[in-house]
Write a protein that binds this ligand. Structure first.
Ligand SMILES: O=C(O)CC1=CCC(=O)O1
Length: 96
């Protein structure tokens, strides 16, 4: 199942810089683990914003939910999720 996810990161100013840096490093490591597994298929930066658009490929709504909750920056993110399915005009069989 494919999902389009927007993540807006909002780390409060009173979070110490070292804590923010550690969380960002942990987020990167978790992201790369999930990218290698094929579950986090794509990520793009939204130009001019501390935000990304991502595509996830997971087995269920519950798996995506658990995965998002597992992200180190989750407490500081606003997340919007849209479920996707294959467009009938697509030439690509892997768009599902
Ligand atoms: O920088 C972001 O948009 C948040 C994030 C997601 C994966 C990652 O490495 O950073």
């Amino acid at each position: 199942m494919l999902f389009h996810v927007r993540m807006d990161v909002r780390i409060p100013h009173d979070v110490p810089a070292e804590t923010a840096a550690r969380l960002k490093a942990e987020e990167k490591a978790r992201f790369q683990e999930l990218q290698r597994s094929g579950k986090w298929r794509h990520i793009w930066r939204v130009v001019g914003e501390y935000a990304n658009y991502s595509i996830f490929d997971v087995d269920s709504n519950a798996e995506l939910h658990d995965l998002l909750l597992s992200l180190p920056l989750f407490p500081y993110m606003q997340i919007q999720v849209q479920a996707l399915c294959r467009h009938p005009s697509s030439l690509h069989d892997d768009d599902r």
